[in-house]
Design a protein around this ligand. Structure first.
Ligand code: NZQ
Ligand code: MN
Length: 384
């Protein structure tokens, strides 16, 4: 029997209208706060103003850093950490999708030290400012896990890191905030949840706890991903996708991700205008085929829970039907395209394959089937 340790200290507040609690939650940690957010969405929807107002009404001094771009860079993080130090803030609130939330964690670490954030990839951090996440997408799971992903804009490298001090103290998951996601963002982030479930459920590091999170996340996702995409105002679907995102985020906190993420990070690292979930979508089918033999039983189980009819299909045929089903979902979400359609240049594939190993080695190691750099290049070429 496998031995393991699991730990997740994030206090989760879930529910429509939960944003209103932000003042009393934040006040427990500090009355001098930095909000970290993106450049557009939270301003346009009025959520940022609402949050600032709620915090100020609780007597909190608020500074806003709204320079985080999708697939955030280490430069932005260092810039915001400098502001956090200058203002001597005692709490970082991340407001937005995975990009601002990941940045908030990295800023919380960098603000405590005196080295550029990139150096924390090699230098373990033991201390960070407290972090609160207020999530606006249903995708990365960053709201409840310790991971942060950042890009080196000079090289395109996009590794993830996550130390114990980077767990958010508290997470506010208010589905109303996610309801403004446009269809493309809903589709891409929702497919990210699917891949988290899939990779945590099939990866070598899986265990009973991560699988339990995966199963409930899967049940919520299978009935609500396409619904949230095609009926943006359906608050039941939005709420269930927000739950699925958090559950899958807890699953990857335990068991990590594998090959699709290992390949996708260098894709969106080198092409920051590619959405993480859209990158995963173009890599999913080839990766699933590659791994089929290594985790056939898991595929069969997921196919069964999807409600796919077994009839007289062999194990291989039934496992393959999961890949067909995934293709249907991608088509329904308008994400069933090729790497070249996303603007990736063919002569970059070699660099992407190399970086998958150099920056995402832990995800390669977690893949159910062994794969080398040549194998990864082949998957990228087949997805091109
Ligand atoms: O940039 P702003 O103006 O905020 O707009 C964003 C952005 O354009 C917009 N958006 C977000 N919430 C919205 C909204 N628009 C309208 N209404 C809302 N409610 O959507 C766009 C994408 O946002 P972003 O935060 O970049 O997306 P996502 O949540 O997919 O996060 C992606 C980042 O998270 C990392 C990815 O690599 C990528 O850098 N990941 C983090 C993980 C983790 N911490 O565990 C795991 C994941 O596998 C992933 O790697
Ligand atoms: Mn992901």
């Amino acid at each position: 029997m496998k031995s393991f340790t699991i730990y997740n200290p994030v206090k989760i507040h879930f529910g429509n209208g939960m944003l209103a609690q932000a003042g009393s939650i934040a006040k427990k940690y500090s009355d001098n706060i930095l909000i970290v957010t993106g450049k557009n969405s939270m301003q346009k929807t009025g959520t940022l103003d609402k949050l600032v107002k709620i915090l100020k009404e609780s007597g909190i001094t608020v500074t806003v850093y709204d320079g985080i771009t999708p697939n955030p860079t280490a430069t932005e993080i260092d810039e915001a950490a400098k502001i956090a130090k200058q203002k001597k803030v005692g709490l970082i609130i991340g407001l937005g999708g995975g990009s601002p939330l990941d940045s908030a964690k990295a800023i919380a670490v960098a603000a405590k030290g005196d080295i550029p954030v990139w150096e924390y990839l090699k230098t373990p951090a033991n201390d960070a400012l407290p972090i609160i996440t207020i999530v606006s997408t249903s995708g990365t799971g960053s709201e409840v896990n310790r991971y942060s992903v950042m890009t080196n804009p000079a090289t395109g490298e996009k590794p993830g890191f996550g130390y114990e001090c980077m767990y958010p103290k508290e997470a506010i998951i208010d589905p109303e905030i996610t309801s403004s996601m446009p269809p493309y963002v809903t589709a891409a982030t929702g497919f990210d949840v699917f891949v988290h479930i899939f990779e945590a459920f099939t990866g070598k590091a899986k265990n009973e706890f991560s699988s339990a999170y995966c199963m409930q996340a899967f049940y919520l996702l299978k009935d609500n991903l396409i619904k949230a995409y095609s009926e943006p105002d359906n608050m039941q679907a939005r709420g269930d996708m927000a739950l699925a995102s958090a559950l899958a985020g807890l699953a990857i906190d335990i068991s990590g991700v594998s090959i699709m993420h290992a390949m996708e990070h260098p894709v969106s690292g080198n092409y920051p205008n590619i959405a993480h979930g859209a990158g995963l979508a173009v890599l999913a089918l080839e990766s699933m085929k590659y791994n089929l033999n290594a985790c056939k039983r898991d595929y069969i189980l997921i196919a069964h829970h999807f409600g796919i009819k077994r009839a007289d299909k062999s194990d291989d045929e039934y496992a393959m039907s999961l890949i067909e089903k995934t293709k249907e979902i991608l088509t329904a979400l308008n994400l069933n395209v090729r790497l070249k359609d996303l603007g990736v240049e063919k002569d970059k594939l070699q660099k992407i394959a190399k970086e998958a190993f150099a920056t995402m080695g832990f995800a390669i190691d977690n893949n159910p089937a062994v794969i080398d750099e040549k194998g990864v290049l082949k998957l990228l070429e087949n997805s091109y």
